[in-house]
Design a protein around this ligand. Structure first.
Ligand code: NAD
Length: 499
């Protein structure tokens, strides 16, 4: 069986004592094993990063950007192969896998402009003969810990900006779909990135803890579920590091009585069920305003759900593929049962779905609940599967309150033809990313991505200028150049003494 190894300069510290299983979610079979690394493996990666980083930071930003330009071309040239590998480990359909890569590449495009955004600030004559300037300097060594659901995009969110800013970067991708991150690191080398600037270590909690505690790692970016995000944030900050940690989500879509329901249903098919619901910006809760809207929406949703095609991830006609592994399938199905036990009305049950010829695959049919209420744990918690919940709201005020009071605050959408209501909603809702007639409001790469409340710990977002801020420190220099003479300007300046 194939073993997926770390991408560390000089190789790992030794043969892996522990490995993890990487499944083909279509067949349910183990297709490879991934090395689960130790502190000794991380130490080797950190030593190589320390050796490489100073020269990389001293490479002028334009030259660093050229590596990004070449990397973008290489990823585009290898798009088919990358998408197939991604799809075979994650289970998302090929078109979706390409989207995962493309959205990451857009951050690389942003990173191609790094010389411009790294320019500092300058004040001429801040005092007599005194100038002040500031520069953005790299942190040194940064690390990224990423989830299974976007194995290309999220690593690129992080390493694209971190490396362009002059840092060395150590990536710890999800152990469930680790091949594409390694391939991306290989392509960065091919694009001209010096050895040691981007390395990949695999592992689980043991490796994450080693990263959190390593004194030479200055900044950590994490994306994953909220409890782990909170843990990573606390432990990393405790160790004196800069940490940003994005967590889970439960995004709501508000449907106003004046919304175009056919459009809403088409949007929900993709936003609730696409990628088997395994997106942090999925829309698993729909909030129709008023009973009439709710009944009409439900009536249109049922046939739309029946028309969804669940298939293997290589099926070009499939709307979505299997979930990532058996444990996750079981978890999603048990949340469906919890919803039933808590009294929600199960309108379409996706449990027990099998695909002929792929009976062991991790498939779940699309599921629809109606009359879900806020006291249910199946509403409060993230399910992360192809499950859509209808929560009926009597009025606009309730519709604003529901996502605002939810523990998660990643994304939210409102569907309406009323500009005033939309504007009011966007201003008042307590959520980080808002869509107006846009079901998945993921900001473009030169803006920034980040939720609120338990969807993000820390105070900077991913990519865009927030990413640049996260991966750099500001150094501010105050200078004067007296020439030994007397008179005005720098020569006249005196530091006041007390008393
Ligand atoms: P996860 O939390 O299980 O894993 C994320 C990372 O943490 C992985 O690299 C994993 O190896 C590591 N990890 C797992 N358990 C750990 C532990 N006990 N201690 C230390 N590290 C541990 O998340 P996942 O299942 O891979 O991804 C899905 C989750 O990520 C969902 O909750 C989803 O909403 C969230 N997500 C959030 C965003 C966002 O930007 N807010 C984006 C994508 C995914």
């Amino acid at each position: 069986m194939r073993t997926i190894d770390h991408h560390i300069v000089g190789g790992a510290a030794g043969a892996a004592a522990r490995t993890g299983e990487v499944f083909d979610p279509n067949s349910g079979q183990v297709q490879a094993r991934v090395a689960l690394g130790t502190t000794a493996d991380l130490d080797r990666a950190v030593a190589a990063a320390q050796a490489a980083q100073p020269a990389w930071a001293a490479t002028n930003p334009q030259r660093r950007a050229r590596v990004m330009f070449r990397f973008k071309e290489l990823v585009e040239a290898n798009m088919e192969e990358l998408a197939r590998t991604l799809s075979s480990e994650h289970g998302k359909v090929i078109a979706d896998a390409k989207g995962d890569i493309q959205r990451g590449l857009e951050v690389i495009e942003f990173a191609c402009g790094i010389p411009h955004v790294l320019k500092g600030e300058y004040t001429h004559g801040a005092g007599p003969g005194i100038d002040v300037y500031s520069m953005r300097t790299p942190i040194g060594i940064g690390a990224g810990i990423t989830p299974f659901n976007f194995p290309a995009m999220i690593p690129m969110w992080m390493f694209g900006v971190a490396i362009a800013c002059g840092n060395a970067f150590i990536l710890k991708p999800s152990e469930r779909d680790p091949s594409v991150p390694v391939r991306l690191a290989e392509l960065m080398r091919e694009a001209g990135l010096p050895e040691g600037v981007l390395q990949v270590v695999h592992g689980d909690k043991e490796m994450v803890d080693a990263i959190l505690d390593h004194p030479a790692i200055g900044a950590i970016s994490f994306v994953g579920s909220s409890d782990i995000a909170h843990y990573v944030y606390r432990r990393g900050v405790d160790a004196g590091k800069r940490v940003q940690a994005m967590g889970g989500a439960k995004n709501h879509g508000i449907v106003m009585p004046d919304a175009d329901l056919d459009q809403v249903v088409a949007d929900l098919s993709g936003a609730a069920f696409g990628s088997a619901g395994e997106r942090c910006m999925a829309l698993p809760v729909v909030v129709p305003v008023g009973e009439k809207t709710a009944d009409a929406l439900r009536e249109k949703l049922i046939p739309a759900i029946a028309a969804l095609r669940v298939g293997v991830s290589t099926d070009a006609e499939a709307h979505y593929g299997p979930v990532v592994n058996a444990a996750h399938k079981q978890r999603v199905e048990s949340w469906i049962q919890t919803g039933v036990d808590e009294g929600a009305e199960l309108v379409v049950d996706g449990r027990g779905f099998t695909l002929q010829g792929h009976e062991q695959g991790f498939f779940i049919g699309p599921t629809l609940f109606d009359r879900v209420t806020t006291d249910m744990s199946a509403y409060r918690e993230e399910i992360f599967g192809p499950v859509l919940q209808i929560v009926r709201a009597p009025d606009f005020e309730t519709a604003v309150r529901l996502p605002s009071e939810h523990q998660y605050g990643n994304g939210v959408a409102i569907f309406t033809r009323n500009g005033h209501a939309a504007r009011e909603f966007a201003a008042r809702v307590n959520v980080g990313m808002v869509g107006i007639n846009v079901p998945i409001p993921v900001p473009v790469a030169y803006h920034t991505f980040g939720g609120w409340k338990r969807s993000a710990f820390g105070d900077t977002n991913q990519h865009g200028m927030e990413g640049v801020k996260f991966w750099t420190r500001v150094k501010t220099v105050t200078q004067r150049w007296p020439d030994g003479g007397t008179g005005e300007g720098a020569n006249a300046f005196v530091i006041p003494t007390m008393g």
